[in-house]
Write a protein that binds this ligand. Structure first.
Ligand code: DQA
Length: 145
């Protein structure tokens, strides 16, 4: 059975509270349940983790390496735009990683258009809300990965 780790960064635990015009009304827990439900009949184990701290996100990535995960889905929140430490962590673990953003980062402020982690990821999915996570997992469990 494939093991996929979904990692969410800062302020994503505030979904349903923060900027609802941008991120929608669904709260964090309901989004996690939605994703797990989509794969309930598939042979895949999905762990979903969240932290507001950069170091903790790196600890999650390293734990995926030690625990032999097959794929990573990561939404690093604002760290996307400036965390070279998260870039290095993704490069270190050599596990196929998909970058996900709920909003369309390419149609917002200029600073959001830049992802410093994109070069280490196999795909970037944005602007599809919670379905972006589902698409990312589907990509990772396809046979060629
Ligand atoms: C986000 C986009 C980031 O720019 C922002 O800082 C977030 C969420 C998204 O999911 O659209 O916290 O990653």
């Amino acid at each position: 059975m494939k093991k996929i780790m979904i990692i969410n960064g800062p302020n994503l635990n505030f979904l349903g509270i923060r900027e609802k015009d941008v991120y929608g009304n669904d709260d964090y827990e309901s989004i996690c349940s939605y994703i797990k439900e989509k794969f309930s009949d598939k042979k895949v184990r999905i762990d979903i983790l969240q932290s507001n701290s950069e170091g903790k996100l790196i600890d999650f990535l390293q734990s995926a390496y030690f625990r032999n995960f097959d794929g990573i889905v990561i939404n690093p929140g604002a760290y996307t735009h400036y965390s070279y430490a998260i870039l290095d962590a993704i490069k270190s673990i050599s596990i196929p990683t998909v970058e996900v953003h709920l909003s369309n980062i390419h149609e917002r402020e200029d600073f959001r258009k830049i992802s410093v982690i994109a070069s280490a990821c196999i795909a970037q999915i944005y602007g599809k809300g919670k379905d972006g996570y589902v698409e990312a997992v589907e990509l990772l469990i396809k046979d060629e990965n």
